[in-house]
Design a protein. Structure first.
Length: 321
């Protein structure tokens, strides 16, 4: 859920609570419908916070606080099972992998709207590279800071390489030279910057240009096709799940027991449809509604209808940019 829409929802919540306090007589309780609506907003806030934390991963902040970081040569797989087995997703994984194995393709840009599974695809590629070691020796995963800049991106990469850039604070050119020298020691690596919002010249950051000679490749994820194009990547667009895949994923997360409850069985496909075939909203909404009674499903459906046009519409514009 984008920040503006979430702020609008919480403003409505505050207004409703203020009206309720002003209108209620002493000792009188608010209507159950109002209570359910307010509880729903609190669940949305909690779920959005969880998603944001999972998406960002907090890899950089944990690293800079001094916790143990894997060296680029360490082989630590990432958990990412929720889309494995989906035909649409698997097709894109094979497309990315084919490009990785093609010596004529050095840079790959995986793009698509938010919550469509770009990071999950990159994690799947990361894990596959860890098991198939013949072509590449190292995988360097970089969670791009938000908001990003050359300076912050340099810090993120340096943390993964255990490289100290503190003496060059403020000098991006010298920092880039040190990063380039360190990365040049590692041949045949794949570097994966996840969630780029703007295009960068690799030499400005300190990433050696991937080439046949150094055996290196770049796989980035971004919401914007323009970022991929401007960085001269082979662009691969992540696709929405099919309606059948949407329903299957929703059922897997909410629990197949809903099919045994007539009212829930009838409304469940409508709620799943309002998630716009996007994996993360499907998982988030299904998780909220798992084990919940019929009345809250109706509230969830109305809330999803209310936000879908503004929320998903802006993501579609980003995807087309």
């Amino acid at each position: 859920m984008r920040a503006q829409k979430l702020e609008e929802l919480n403003s409505r919540k505050d207004d409703k609570e203020s009206r309720m306090r002003a209108e209620l007589l002493p000792g009188k309780r608010p209507k159950k419908e109002a209570q359910l609506w307010l509880a729903r907003v609190e669940k949305i806030n909690s779920e959005i916070l969880t998603i944001q934390q999972e998406l960002r991963g907090k890899h950089l902040s944990r690293a800079c606080l001094g916790k143990t970081l894997p060296h680029s040569g360490d082989r630590l797989p990432m958990p990412n099972t929720f889309l494995v087995g989906q035909a649409t997703f698997n097709k894109k994984i094979e497309e990315i992998w084919t490009c990785l194995m093609d010596d004529g393709v050095r840079k790959i840009g995986v793009y698509g709207m938010g919550w469509i599974g770009k990071t999950t695809a990159a994690k799947t590629i990361n894990n596959r590279l860890l098991t198939e070691k013949d072509k590449f020796e190292n995988v360097i995963w970089v969670t791009v800071p938000d908001p990003s800049s050359i300076f912050k991106l340099q810090d993120a990469i340096a943390c993964k390489l255990k490289l100290d850039l503190s003496e060059e604070y403020g000098d991006e050119t010298t920092r880039a030279a040190k990063l380039c020298a360190e990365l040049s020691k590692r041949r045949r690596y794949v570097i994966i910057p996840d969630d780029l919002w703007e295009a960068y010249h690799l030499e400005d950051v300190g990433i050696p240009e991937p080439s046949l000679e150094n055996g290196c490749k770049l796989v980035l994820t971004t919401r914007s096709y323009d970022v991929s194009r401007r960085m001269h990547c082979k662009s691969i667009k992540m696709e929405l799940l099919s309606k059948d895949e949407t329903l299957k994923l929703f059922l897997d997360k909410v629990g197949h027991d809903v099919l045994c409850v007539p009212n829930l069985k009838a409304i469940m496909p409508k709620v799943a449809e309002e998630c716009a075939c996007l994996p993360l909203p499907i998982i988030a909404v299904a998780g909220i509604l798992s084990g919940i009674v019929d009345s809250e499903w109706k509230i969830a459906l109305e809330e999803l209808k209310m936000f879908q046009n503004g929320l998903m519409g802006r993501e579609v514009l980003c995807l087309r940019s």
